[in-house]
Design a protein around this ligand. Structure first.
Ligand code: BTN
Length: 325
């Protein structure tokens, strides 16, 4: 089966919003027979799509499976650079580990790894990341921006702003960002971002951005201890969210905001990030490996570092910590 024909057929069925799409027209477009198009329809049905037929009018889409697969993601994808190469897995240990291997083997800028399930999802500070099958977005993106390792944390904030905008656009929910890159709704975490580097001392070779989004979990899908601190978009919205659509929207905003960052520097991203921040102006505790400090969050520096004003009036830059509000 030719995936271009399959993707085009699905795109047209999807865009027709339940109206019939002529099999003859698609057959003519690709110089194929109607029987060949019918075989593509059967193949889509095998993937879980429900497709109806109206005599002399064509095929119409009844329902799409909630699967993060090529057919579903491609029908929403509008990017030029990112997601042009996507590796799909039903299950894997961690998309982040695969992302590192891909980057090492020369994967181009914007390569994406997606899995329905992760068996050893990795969070920040070597914590495990719960990645139940078929409910969330577990994705790593290999980027190759021209940056020094010192600038790399800025890309984490580019990613946080991109995911926040995408969630807003697809669901209407208005999330907050807790420094550096936790995305929260109503104080509970819906998204975590893990940024890792492959770098020489003066040059970033690849950034692997791992994004974990709780999309369609219900309470019982989370380990019990996470329920007080984590939630899913479905729990907030009261209805399921199309994961493939959200993935495509994230890649589209990531492409847009990375472009903005490359052209105009960190300034515009900093402004966007601050508009979503729930940290700025608040009294916070920064819990680090060897110490905990309390102070007022003044904002972020041009390097993306969190600036805390301590009780003695001094300003302290925080590079890596858990922030408690
Ligand atoms: C955090 O601790 O907040 C960051 C969580 C990052 C989880 C994502 S899920 C996709 C990618 N693969 C992983 O193993 N981790 C990241």
């Amino acid at each position: 089966m030719n995936s271009t024909v399959k993707n085009e057929l699905l795109k047209r069925l999807f865009e027709a919003k339940g109206e019939p799409v002529s099999g003859q027209e698609i057959a003519d477009h690709f110089g194929l027979s109607r029987t060949a198009i019918w075989k593509y329809v059967k193949d889509l049905e095998k993937d879980g799509f429900e497709i109806g037929t109206i005599r002399k009018k064509g095929y119409y889409l009844i329902a799409s499976p909630d699967r993060v697969n090529e057919a579903n993601v491609q029908k929403h994808l509008t990017t030029k650079r990112y997601g042009r190469r996507i590796h799909y897995f039903d299950t894997c240990g961690s998309t982040q580990v695969i992302g590192h291997d891909e980057a090492q083997n020369g994967a181009p800028d914007g390569t994406v790894i997606l899995s329905e399930e992760q068996t050893s999802g990795k969070g920040r500070m070597s914590r495990p990341w719960s990645s139940v099958g078929g409910k969330g977005i577990w994705m790593s993106i290999v980027l190759r921006p021209s940056l020094t390792p010192q600038q790399a944390p800025q890309m984490t904030l580019v990613a946080a702003v991109s995911v926040t905008r995408a969630i807003q656009e697809v669901t209407g929910i208005e999330p907050d960002i807790k420094w550096p890159n936790d995305i929260l709704v109503g104080g509970k975490k819906v998204t975590g971002i893990l940024t890792e580097l492959q770098a020489d001392p003066d040059r970033v070779k690849a950034i692997i951005i791992g994004i974990g989004i709780n999309v369609n979990q219900v309470e019982t899908d989370f380990p019990e201890e996470l329920n007080p601190i984590a939630t899913s978009l479905r729990q907030v919205l009261g209805k399921p969210v199309d994961r493939a659509e959200l993935i495509a929207k994230i890649l589209s905003f990531l492409e847009l905001f990375t472009g903005l960052y490359e052209k105009h520097g960190f300034g515009p991203i900093k402004l966007l990030w601050e508009s979503y921040s729930n940290t700025t102006g608040k009294q916070v505790r920064a819990v680090m490996l060897n110490e905990t400090i309390v102070g007022t969050a003044m904002g972020i520096s041009d390097e993306g570092v969190l600036e805390l004003k301590l009780a003695d009036g001094s300003i302290r830059g925080i590079y890596s910590a858990d922030i408690e509000l």
